[in-house]
Design a protein around this ligand. Structure first.
Ligand SMILES: *[C@@H]1O[C@H](CO)[C@@H](O)[C@H](O)[C@H]1NC(C)=O
Ligand SMILES: *[C@@H]1O[C@H](CO)[C@@H](O)[C@H](O)[C@H]1NC(C)=O
Ligand SMILES: *[C@@H]1O[C@H](CO)[C@@H](O)[C@H](O)[C@H]1NC(C)=O
Ligand SMILES: *[C@@H]1O[C@H](CO)[C@@H](O)[C@H](O)[C@H]1NC(C)=O
Ligand SMILES: *[C@@H]1O[C@H](CO)[C@@H](O)[C@H](O)[C@H]1NC(C)=O
Ligand SMILES: *[C@@H]1O[C@H](CO)[C@@H](O)[C@H](O)[C@H]1NC(C)=O
Ligand SMILES: *[C@@H]1O[C@H](CO)[C@@H](O)[C@H](O)[C@H]1NC(C)=O
Ligand SMILES: *[C@@H]1O[C@H](CO)[C@@H](O)[C@H](O)[C@H]1NC(C)=O
Ligand SMILES: *[C@@H]1O[C@H](CO)[C@@H](O)[C@H](O)[C@H]1NC(C)=O
Ligand SMILES: *[C@@H]1O[C@H](CO)[C@@H](O)[C@H](O)[C@H]1NC(C)=O
Ligand SMILES: *[C@@H]1O[C@H](CO)[C@@H](O)[C@H](O)[C@H]1NC(C)=O
Ligand SMILES: *[C@@H]1O[C@H](CO)[C@@H](O)[C@H](O)[C@H]1NC(C)=O
Length: 820
């Protein structure tokens, strides 16, 4: 028998069939949803702020006729931001939906059960975290927190009687903790009469006349005489007074007021955005929304051991070059990250937006110390992955293998890569050579595996040739680079690949990694260039160690390109270009019910090998384009499974894949520029994904407060007959502590908990990233949990904490439950 003392709520959650949304719908073809209320308000507010910024620059502002991510980015004179604006909105919307899934039983998150004070508390507490995160430039946390509170704010207008009281403007007191919440119907005042069918006047006249604020009950018990939320899943609406008052959609009990409620919710969302804007600069506000002059990131993870002197000089040179040559251009990086490490320490993450400050940080780097040949490279990489925005290119420099404890980080690093979709490139200056050529250095094997998992480059190069390799950094950190194609050709046969390049692509580049790969490229017009022709009709081929880079000259390379590989050895092929069109995807957990308007949340784990899984896919950078196909491809580029697409409007698609592949897979989309043209485009993720036979269900504390303990419980379930699981947890914010406890499996189940304390002086808005990797005893499969959390406002440390845990800065503690 099992005992899960901790997980009573969790078990309930997974067994309760009615995860029905008690709010504006999340996904709906017929009603205003949380999603499009959020989208509309963000576009309106962003356009308004842009107008101010553009006029201040003495330039013309052209108000877009129809607000879309593209038209707003254009009006902001930053057309290349269309993608990042769409991405930011999508992150905010995803988190908005998450609130329903996580807090479906908490009335204050929905202004149900007359929980006005607590509901306002959710909003104002969250708002202070948004502002604190923004101050620390933790944009991703700020977006998540914003999404959460917008859900609650928007629900007020659907679930209370604010609209029935004839208010057509937002209630400002909800975003201001200092204003009184007055005229609330007290808990003894009856508010509704029973409603048999389609009644919209079931709120008592006295309540309306005295302008008392009330809301519907959803979570029992309902006090006598109170209104219910209403709807088929609301059990309180069966009790007297029956019926309900929500305005979630047109079919709701008060559906005739749905449009009014949605309008006021949109205005309230704009007001909350304005409140954030007032505490920061217009530029920072726009940046929160993804509108920046550049979206590129320069992220360097560098070994500072004595032997690295040459490498460090080269990094100083290349950093200065990038910063000086891109001053004021769209390719100027907008975020700079530096993470040093050596054989004794790692850390000191520098993350900034000011290029000159960054230059001086890099200038301070110096090589020194008599270290060993085991370096904290992967611990430092982990921190870089945690600090960098999703989708960053990270460059790691070292000339030695990872420390023994770092080797254990492999699964955890892969979890970070899959969750952040960042790319890790290794530039390793410890090549081995025999008399004639460079041979692979076995200490670099783990680096190679990590580079491959992320679709990054793996270069072993002598210190003398280092400058040839670092030009890769200059070329991979320009804005707007997209991944068009990625395959790994196995050994034993030649290969031929067709690459579809659309008319929006410029700076087409082929990267071919593998020893001595012989290839030929054929352009759409039939011109051919072979790998030996370093300067040919199509472009320039540069070779650095095992990487050959082909930069195509043609400024307009649209058409089908063919790549023929003659070598029998394995190699990887990556094709990139610059284009405004890209896609974003997230694996999502859909509420466990077969109803259309259900909630979802972005998954924090790998999908399970048994059963289907769902992706939420957004087309970025094209207002009129559409995605026509999504295919999971294996590393050789062969299609494994096709997803079925459900168009959600605004370029968003819900994609269901019936079966999770057994092995590695990548995600490839094909789309059209609009429904009338046949002109197609193709994009592919270079991040490698895997499903797992272990499934993880997570139950966690919702807020991370300074001076408090945070717990994450997890239940593991496996379809194999493994006897135990190995777990490994890591957390930023403090130094990490690791345990590798072994959790016994009983009938395929196990459970564990990770507990960490947040230092009492942690600043609000500080990010904690937590990963828990779980591997079965046979080391055949891994799954993980990835959480990004922001510290909320500080509170005094609770008394009676275990002193050892509190004082030691010892942050993680995993224990298994008694299984009997
Ligand atoms: C929101 O969705 C509804 C239903 O699809 C639609 O009628 C409405 O125009 C949408 N609003 C926006 C701003 O997209
Ligand atoms: C009703 O409100 C009063 C005063 O605010 C409070 O003391 C009492 O506990 C409440 N009763 C219930 C059942 O919530
Ligand atoms: C109640 O409203 C629904 C939807 O608006 C409608 O289909 C139905 O006919 C109405 N019923 C009555 C009795 O008016
Ligand atoms: C980080 O900075 C502190 C103080 O500036 C220094 O003592 C420590 O050694 C540094 N660590 C690394 C990895 O550079
Ligand atoms: C590692 O770096 C730290 C901080 O820069 C330094 O204090 C220490 O001596 C270095 N250790 C080795 C072995 O190089
Ligand atoms: C050096 O390595 C290359 C490539 O692995 C191999 O072909 C060659 O035979 C080696 N030469 C010697 C002298 O070992
Ligand atoms: C490597 O770089 C040097 C100097 O930047 C250049 O002269 C040389 O041609 C490069 N070699 C290759 C193979 O690209
Ligand atoms: C990067 O691009 C520059 C020109 O933009 C070129 O000179 C350099 O060789 C390129 N490097 C690589 C590795 O492609
Ligand atoms: C991209 O292409 C444009 C035009 O073809 C060229 O001017 C620019 O230097 C290229 N950028 C890079 C980084 O190669
Ligand atoms: C490119 O190839 C695809 C099939 O792979 C074909 O449908 C398309 O028409 C081709 N495009 C051009 C411009 O030749
Ligand atoms: C949240 O934290 C408290 C103690 O701080 C703990 O008792 C509770 O079980 C935690 N809840 C979850 C879901 O982890
Ligand atoms: C924060 O608290 C830790 C102990 O919890 C202490 O070591 C550290 O010095 C404190 N930092 C500041 C800035 O007060």
């Amino acid at each position: 028998m099992f005992q899960f003392p901790f997980f009573t709520t969790l078990i309930l959650l997974s067994l309760t069939p009615q995860l029905r949304i008690q709010a504006f719908n999340i996904i709906s073809a017929t009603s205003n949803t949380h999603q499009n209320i959020t989208l509309t308000a963000i576009l309106q507010k962003s356009a308004e702020v842009c107008q101010v910024v553009v006029l201040k620059q003495g330039r013309f502002f052209v108000q877009p006729k129809v607000l879309t991510a593209e038209s707003v980015a254009q009006a902001c004179l930053s057309p290349a931001s269309a993608s990042s604006l769409k991405e930011a909105i999508s992150d905010i919307k995803n988190r908005n939906a998450w609130t329903d899934l996580i807090h479906f039983k908490d009335p204050e998150y929905h202004f149900d059960n007359e929980e006005f004070a607590a509901g306002r508390g959710v909003i104002t507490q969250g708002l202070s975290v948004v502002k604190a995160s923004l101050k620390l430039k933790n944009y991703e946390s700020a977006r998540e927190q914003l999404g959460e509170i917008l859900h609650t704010l928007q629900d007020f207008y659907s679930h209370s009687n604010w609209i029935e009281l004839d208010n057509r403007i937002p209630y400002p007191n909800l975003i201001n903790p200092y204003l009184l919440l007055d005229s609330l119907a007290d808990n003894k005042t009856a508010t509704c009469s029973s409603c048999t069918v389609n009644c919209t006047n079931n709120i008592l006249d006295t309540v309306i006349k005295q302008r008392k604020l009330t809301s519907g009950y959803y979570i029992p018990p309902k006090p006598a005489g109170k209104c219910s939320h209403g709807g088929t899943l609301d059990v309180t609406s069966l009790l007297d007074p029956t019926g309900g008052i929500n305005k979630d959609d047109q079919q709701s009990p008060h559906g005739s007021l749905h449009l009014q409620a949605a309008d006021v919710a949109t205005a309230a969302t704009r007001d909350l955005l304005e409140d954030i804007r007032r505490t920061t600069t217009d530029t920072e506000f726009l940046r929160l929304m993804g509108i920046t002059s550049s979206s590129s990131v320069l992220c360097i993870v560098i070994d500072t051991s004595a032997s690295m002197a040459k490498d460090i000089d080269e990094i100083k040179r290349i950093t200065n070059f990038i910063i000086d040559s891109r001053q004021g251009t769209a390719d100027q990086p907008s975020t700079y990250i530096l993470v040093p490490f050596n054989s004794t320490v790692y850390g000191n993450v520098t993350k900034m937006t000011d290029p000159d400050k960054f230059k001086s940080e890099v200038k301070k780097l110096s090589a020194g110390g008599e270290g060993s040949l085991l370096r904290y490279s992967l611990s430092a990489l982990w921190l870089a992955l945690a600090a960098a925005p999703s989708g960053s290119e990270i460059f790691l420099f070292t000339d030695a293998g990872p420390a023994l404890t770092d080797i254990l980080l492999k699964s955890t690093i892969e979890a970070m890569i899959e969750s952040t979709k960042s790319t890790v490139n290794f530039i390793l200056t410890n090549p081995l050579t025999n008399l004639t050529s460079i041979v692979p250095n076995p200490v670099n094997l783990l680096y190679q595996q990590i580079a491959e998992a992320s679709g990054g480059h793996f270069i072993e190069v002598s210190k003398e040739r280092l400058p040839n390799a670092t030009s890769l950094i200059t070329n991979s950190t320009i804005s707007g680079l997209v991944n068009i194609f990625y395959v790994v050709k196995g050994s034993g046969g030649a290969g031929q690949y067709t690459i579809l390049v659309d008319p929006t692509v410029t700076n087409l580049t082929f990267y071919i990694t593998g020893s001595l790969t012989v290839f030929a490229i054929t352009s759409p017009s039939g011109q051919i260039q072979a790998s030996l022709q370093s300067e040919g009709s199509l472009g320039i081929i540069e070779t650095v160690a095992n990487l050959q880079t082909v930069r195509i000259n043609s400024p307009n390379p649209a058409g089908n390109w063919t790549l023929n590989i003659a070598s029998l050895l394995s190699c990887t092929i990556k094709v990139t270009g610059k284009s405004p069109i890209n896609f974003k995807f997230d694996l999502v957990d859909i509420a466990n019910i077969p109803l259309p308007n259900s909630g979802y949340s972005v998954s924090q784990t790998r999908p399970s090998t048994d059963g289907s899984f769902t992706l939420l896919v957004s087309l970025l950078g094209s207002g009129s384009g559409l995605i026509s196909e999504l295919v999971l491809v294996d590393s050789s580029g062969s299609g494994l499974y096709k997803g079925s697409l459900e168009d959600q409007g605004s370029g968003d698609y819900l994609v269901t894949v019936e079966t999770a592949p057994k092995g590695d897979f990548y995600i490839r989309i094909t789309g059209q520029f609009n429904s009338s043209t046949s002109s197609k485009f193709q994009r592919q993720s270079s991040t490698r994904y895997r499903a797992s036979t272990i499934s993880i269900t997570v139950l966690r504390n919702t807020t991370l407060s300074a001076g408090q303990i945070f717990t994450v419980g997890f239940v593991l379930k496996t379809s194999t007959n493994t006897k135990s699981f190995l777990t490994y947890a890591k957390n930023t914010g403090q130094d990490f502590m690791l345990f590798s406890p072994i959790l016994p499996a009983v009938n395929g189940y196990s459970a564990g908990v990770v507990v960490f304390n947040v230092s009492a002086n942690a600043t609000a808005g500080t990010e904690h990233v937590l990963t828990i990797a779980v591997t079965d005893q046979e080391l055949t499969t891994t799954n993980y949990v990835f959480l990004r959390l922001a510290v909320s406002a500080a509170v005094a440390p609770p008394a009676g904490l275990e002193l050892s845990l509190w004082l030691s800065g010892l942050t993680l503690l995993i224990s298994s439950f008694t299984l009997s």
